[in-house]
Design a protein around this ligand. Sequence first.
Ligand code: FAD
Length: 269
Amino acid sequence: MQDFDYCRPASVAEVLTLLRDGVDSKLLAGGQSLLASMKLGLMAPARLIALDRIPALRNSCEEQGQLRLGAMQTHGELAAGPALQAWVPGLAQMASHIADAQVRAMGTVGGSLANADPAACWPAGVLALGATLITDRREIAADDFFTGLFGTALEPDELLCGLRLRRPRRMAYLKFEQPASRFALVGVAVAQFDDDGVRVALTGTSQGAVRLPAFEQALTRHFDPVALQGLRVDEDLMSADLHAGADYRAHLAAVLAGRVVQQALEASK
Ligand SMILES: Cc1cc2nc3c(=O)[nH]c(=O)nc-3n(C[C@H](O)[C@H](O)[C@H](O)COP(=O)(O)OP(=O)(O)OC[C@H]3O[C@@H](n4cnc5c(N)ncnc54)[C@H](O)[C@@H]3O)c2cc1C
């Protein structure tokens, strides 16, 4: 790994000043993706700006009738904390199944969303929930945040501060794990709202997390796995690698969609 400078600002304002001073910098959250990329030589920033000293990025609270999460909250903290468990238990459960205890202790929700790995769980969860992502300068609907493979709407000097979640009637997430990493080979998140129908989001595609409109329409009419019978996921949408081909992933996605609806129904009994 190449040498780099390291700094730990104590406020969002200090982060923004550093991001704009012309030094080639990367924000460091839990480091679970970024440090691995640097060790592999895929990235070589001149400076890392650590976000772990900024209290404003670490809180959950109720805001505008929604639950706000801080970007620097870890998967483990969110999985075990009462706030998310009470608001969207299905999302807390999703966080509790990310990777292993060590990754969950370090990896953050903000890092996962900003990284937008096509096999990650959080992007599908927040897309299904129609979350609002909050940056230092604006709010971005989840529908507009993910822009493709490892792509987001964030500007290079923009800090993701947190996100807000509406309370769904039901929400669940189910993934088929790649056994070595526990990343999702395919993952499906479903959320049903009292006033806004059903949203379904898929991870494991070649374009990052995406919604499945035909599945959403069917489930808005009838929230039951039988409503999905005959629906297929387009295999052109899916990733393909040595772990699984696109046809297998597409089939798996449709199977998981039915199962995750059943899971959501059972969890709300
Ligand atoms: C072995 C292994 C297994 C994993 N399994 C899963 C899994 O099953 N499911 C899953 O969802 N994830 C999984 N992950 C990913 C992991 O959960 C981390 O969340 C993810 O790697 C990134 O989070 P981080 O906090 O470590 O971010 P970092 O690695 O520190 O940063 C990632 C990127 O986001 C940028 N960034 C970070 N924070 C911000 C911010 N606040 N604003 C703007 N940009 C920011 C960084 O500059 C960097 O480009 C796995 C990782 C590993 C190593």
